[in-house]
Design a protein around this ligand. Structure first.
Ligand SMILES: [Zn+2]
Length: 264
């Protein structure tokens, strides 16, 4: 994309707008780089289309359920796009049984967060990253006409999470970077690796809703997962951001938006 074309200007405007009202003073967005960005960002009646992609039912909820609750509460449309239905998560059950159970759990969680579930049809533990899956994911994402896509950070110990992050990244590139791309973390240190956030969202006001959405995933041992990983993580991210609890993201930016530093 050329530097001065209108599409890019629109994209930059959107960059300034995204997470506004949600994010806690993201450094890159706090200092406008052009006169255009210096104008106050007025969300007005703008309704954003947001997609949150996750490998398994529960990944979007556990990774960024608080942020998604805040978006849907603000009147934006949020879709959870699950790559699989978590078919492989119990060796004592068939894939069909498990898929049915976890689909139900995802639907309950989506209801709590006021988001729409959608399933991409890949198989848990056996997700595929190739040309046709890339094309399929790009189509699935672009038919929702998203303004923002959240996905899993691809440096992760779980192969399905790697595939999920890279499929969404590929869709971002193939679509001509038409939406803002943010990566989220899950079980950092055990699953997500080397995650250095650029943006934080204060989720203090929606903590209980997020917990309720996480606990809808009854087959996933939510009490242990919550107490051992997600509670400490949201508190740690909160400490970094100066609030009680936060979710953290990596905003993947256009090349041109990276080559800037305050004052130069
Ligand atoms: Zn997962």
């Amino acid at each position: 994309m050329k530097k001065n074309n209108p599409a890019r200007r629109d994209f930059i405007k959107l960059s300034a707008m995204t997470l506004s009202g949600l994010a806690i003073a993201p450094v890159a967005l706090a200092t406008p780089k052009t006169a255009e960005l210096a104008k106050p960002v007025n969300m007005g009646d703008t309704k954003l289309n947001i997609i949150c992609v996750g490998a398994h039912p529960g990944d979007p909820e556990f990774g960024c359920g608080g942020t998604m609750a805040k978006y849907s509460d603000a009147g934006h449309k949020v879709t959870f796009l699950y790559l699989t239905r978590g078919e492989a998560s119990d060796p004592d059950k068939t894939y069909a049984e498990m898929a049915a159970l976890r689909t139900k759990e995802a639907e309950v969680a989506c209801k709590v967060l006021n988001t729409k579930p959608k399933f991409a049809g890949q198989i848990d533990g056996n997700t595929v990253l190739d040309k046709s899956k890339n094309e399929e994911m790009t189509k699935l994402i672009m038919e929702e006409k998203p303004d923002i896509v959240f996905t899993q950070w691809p440096l992760d110990a779980h192969p399905d999470h790697q595939v999920t992050g890279l499929l969404a990244l590929s869709a971002w590139i193939k679509s001509g970077r038409q939406f803002n791309l943010y990566f989220y973390e899950v079980n950092t240190g055990v699953e997500t690796l080397s995650f250095t956030p650029t943006d934080y969202v204060d989720i203090t006001s929606v903590l209980e809703r997020k917990k309720q959405a996480m606990f809808a995933h009854k087959t996933q041992n939510p009490i242990e997962t919550y107490n051992s990983y997600f509670k400490p993580l949201q508190e740690f991210r909160g400490l970094e951001a100066g609030v009680k609890a936060a979710e953290a993201f990596i905003h993947f930016k256009e090349k041109g938006d990276r080559a800037n530093i305050t004052g130069l």
